[in-house]
Design a binder for this molecule. Structure first.
Ligand SMILES: N[C@@H](CCC(=O)N[C@@H](CS)C(=O)NCC(=O)O)C(=O)O
Length: 206
């Protein structure tokens, strides 16, 4: 298996999950600026995004939620999926929220140029995006109160995804200090060997 990623991207989530799953995988770094080029769109992901996991038979899995669910299903011994229907419902609701609401809310903040051709409008867009992100991070901070991991006592495919948001929060006007439950969660993740291995491999830490 091969994971396509670029440094600082959400591909860190499946990367950590591959580590937790004990999977045999290799990495392929791409440039963000190449994700809209013909070669990437034609041969890697027509949607122009990482992460992409290329399987040994050439099939490609992308979309963080689909990929995380695929990993939970194909590495059951890692116990990163839900163990019953209620747990699965809760997990899928959160996975949809992460992928459909929180994650795209970062895009106008980081890739502001996509939302206006007028440079003077960019600060206003960033400010509005930061307000929307504050709403989501406050929700997530409340959600994490009294929880070790997103699903409670057991870690799951949701944790690496939440960790990505926590890392991105350092670029926002409000620091992670203002979301104490998220800060504590990020600290627990940072202490994990799989997280350290993935971050080192991507050059995010030494
Ligand atoms: N809905 C997509 C979003 C993935 C996404 O936003 N990927 C970003 C990196 S975090 C990306 O590849 N951006 C490249 C671009 O938009 O130019 C998914 O779930 O995989």
């Amino acid at each position: 298996m091969k994971l396509y990623y670029f440094q600082g991207s959400c591909a860190l989530a499946p990367h950590i999950t591959l580590e937790w799953a004990g999977a045999d995988y290799e990495l392929e770094e791409v440039k963000r600026s190449d994700t809209r080029k013909e070669d990437f769109l034609k041969n890697i992901n027509p949607y122009g995004k990482v992460p992409v996991l290329e399987l040994d038979d050439g099939r490609k899995i992308h979309q963080v939620n689909a990929l995380q669910n695929w990993l939970a299903k194909h590495f059951p011994d890692a116990k990163l999926g839900a163990s019953d229907e209620n747990g699965d419902n809760e997990m899928q609701i959160l996975m949809s929220y992460f992928n459909g609401d929180v994650h795209p809310a970062f895009t106008p903040f980081f890739l502001t140029f996509r939302y206006t051709d007028n440079e003077d409008h960019q600060p206003g867009i960033k400010e509005a995006a930061a307000r929307e992100l504050d709403f989501h991070l406050t929700n997530l901070d409340t959600q994490m109160a009294g929880r070790q991991w997103v699903m409670g006592d057991q870690r799951s495919i949701l944790d690496p995804y939440l960790f990505v948001f926590c890392n991105w929060a350092r670029f926002l006007p409000k620091s992670l200090d203002e979301y104490p439950n998220l800060k504590a969660f990020a600290g627990r993740m940072m202490a994990d060997d799989g997280v350290q291995a993935a971050m080192k491999a991507q050059g995010l830490i030494k």
